[in-house]
Ligand binder design. Structure first.
Ligand code: GDG
Length: 472
């Protein structure tokens, strides 16, 4: 149960757009807070509890100021947002400007001055909320692209803090980044941190290069020297998953049973292909289904023997680009199923909804081939979750070379999602490869994921942040 408390200074603070909880109704109709699913919460909860830390973030409802409260052994500090701010700071600047710009402009970024003004105002509010709860000399870890100005704003308020920042999405090459009318402010905002974490070395290098070229700062490898003499480090910390947690869940009797049921419900096919994504244009869902549709049309894949299960979790449904994408995919799936399906045998089973974690684990367990084809992705956790669930070393992963995960998961069946024929060949190879080849690949993939899990990620970032020379 949530308990209201007065703000008490703490020495570990996480700042993220969203609090790690969702509001639900219990059996009696009372509203209660529940931990939101997700790797970040799983990774940070033990650290939060150990330090009795604070998590600063928006609670998900508009125009509703809430007092800080105690939850699960740490403090939650809700930051209020108005409906207009959600439209301008969140749906607008974060998801209509930064998201496409940082993902290789696969959709066209929109630049609106009022969105930017709202972004500045909201970032300032988050910085003030963090400053108010951080004890002297505390460590503050700011998360993601919605809050890139917070490090500098926080440093201006509190010089004594140790500030880390982690970007969950790619950091683009300078040639794209320089489109942004507010590029200098963003770079300066991030440079307020002592340590900036990126998903890949490429992202860290893009950032360092921009700091050198646009701000004329001295850089040496991962380190950037600011005019004040302070240094900021930009380095790669590839995020991961709770691999053991997923494996244990997948091995449990109810999930194994559910995986068998799923196969049966899909018509007991010989091969199950699986895609799991937020319905987002960066994920290459359209490209992948089109490639699969062609294989079906050409008779290379027989829908009587193969099933493609695609989960597309609803996402950012008020943003125009996402509405368009949904229509396009609805139409493509309808066409493929209409042209090539038999009664009770659609080539593609398309689910536009979200599922509990248990059902996801059953899908990963049931799938013979997992198809992950983003046009650009910071990391991609779905591919790691699939690997964690394959404790028999079977199954095959098709992975886009444009996912951050491609840097680590070299043994996947690598494809370029822009190359339709290449993607089709990848699907056929993954489906028909020898058992020995698949096992060899899966073993190597599992070794990588189990030795680099979410704890490794959080520990290595926080250890490096703790080793930054103190400002005091
Ligand atoms: C961003 C970056 C980076 C999906 N549908 C359901 C569901 N999911 C879960 C998956 C997975 C997560 O959502 C999606 O994570 P991804 O990494 O694939 O993608 P983004 O949401 O775009 O995440 C990405 C990540 O941040 C972390 O830094 O890897 O590159 O874009 O965990 O399992 N979970 C449940 N039901 C669903 O229907 N329970």
């Amino acid at each position: 149960m949530a308990e209201q408390t007065a703000l008490e200074p703490v020495d570990f603070v996480v700042v993220a757009n969203r609090l790690p909880v969702d509001r639900k109704s219990d059996a009696d109709g009372n509203s209660v807070w529940r931990t939101s699913p997700g790797g970040l919460v799983t990774a940070l909860e033990p650290v939060m509890q150990e330090h009795h830390g604070a998590w600063v973030g928006w609670h998900g409802a508009t125009d509703e100021p809430l007092d800080p409260f105690e939850y699960s052994g740490y403090q939650l500090v809700p930051v209020p947002l108005s409906a207009q701010e959600v439209e301008e700071y969140y749906e607008g600047f974060s998801n209509g400007t930064l998201w496409p710009l940082y993902h290789d402009v696969v959709a066209k970024p929109e630049y609106h001055r009022e969105w930017w003004d709202s972004y500045v105002e909201v970032n300032q509010r988050f910085a003030e909320a963090a400053a108010a709860v951080a004890a002297h000399g505390a460590t503050v870890w700011v998360q993601d692209y919605q809050l890139q100005l917070v490090p500098q704003m926080l440093r201006a308020l509190r010089e004594d803090l140790r500030i880390g920042f982690f970007l969950h999405i790619p950091f683009p090459p300078v040639e794209l980044f320089q489109q942004l009318p507010w590029r200098r402010q963003i770079i300066e905002g991030l440079l307020g941190a002592d340590l900036i974490g990126f998903q890949t070395a490429g992202g860290a290098q893009n950032f360092t290069r921009i700091a050198r070229q646009r701000l004329r700062l001295d850089t040496h490898r991962e380190s950037i020297t600011l005019p004040s003499g302070r240094t900021c480090r930009a380095a790669a910390y590839p995020i991961s998953i709770d691999a053991r947690g997923f494996e244990t869940l997948a091995q449990s009797q109810p999930i194994q049973q559910r995986a068998r049921e799923l196969r049966h419900e899909l018509g007991d096919p010989e091969v199950i292909f699986l895609g799991v994504d937020r319905l987002d244009y960066t994920k290459g869902i359209y490209h992948r289904l089109r490639a699969y549709g062609e294989l079906v049309a050409e008779g290379v894949v027989d829908p009587a023997k193969c099933a493609f299960l695609q989960v597309a979790t609803p996402s950012r449904e008020r943003v125009d680009e996402y509405k368009r994408l949904r229509d396009e995919i609805d139409m493509l799936v309808g066409r493929i199923n209409g042209d090539f399906g038999g009664i009770g045998r659609p080539p593609i089973t398309y689910m536009h909804m979200s599922f509990p974690r248990e059902e996801m684990a059953a899908m990963y367990t049931a799938a013979d081939v997992c198809v992950v084809t983003p046009l650009r992705d910071g990391m991609n956790l779905v591919c790691k979750e699939y690997i964690a669930c394959r404790s028999n070393n079977d199954g095959a992963l098709i992975l886009s070379e444009f996912a951050g995960a491609a840097g680590e998961l070299r043994q996947a069946y690598m494809i370029n999602p822009y190359d339709v024929n290449g993607m089709k060949q990848g699907m056929v190879l993954a489906m028909n490869d020898t058992v020995q080849n698949k096992r060899r690949r899966m073993r190597a993939l599992r070794r990588q994921v189990f030795t680099h899990d979410i704890d490794t990620w959080a520990d290595s970032f926080l250890k490096d942040l703790a080793n930054v020379p103190s400002n005091e």
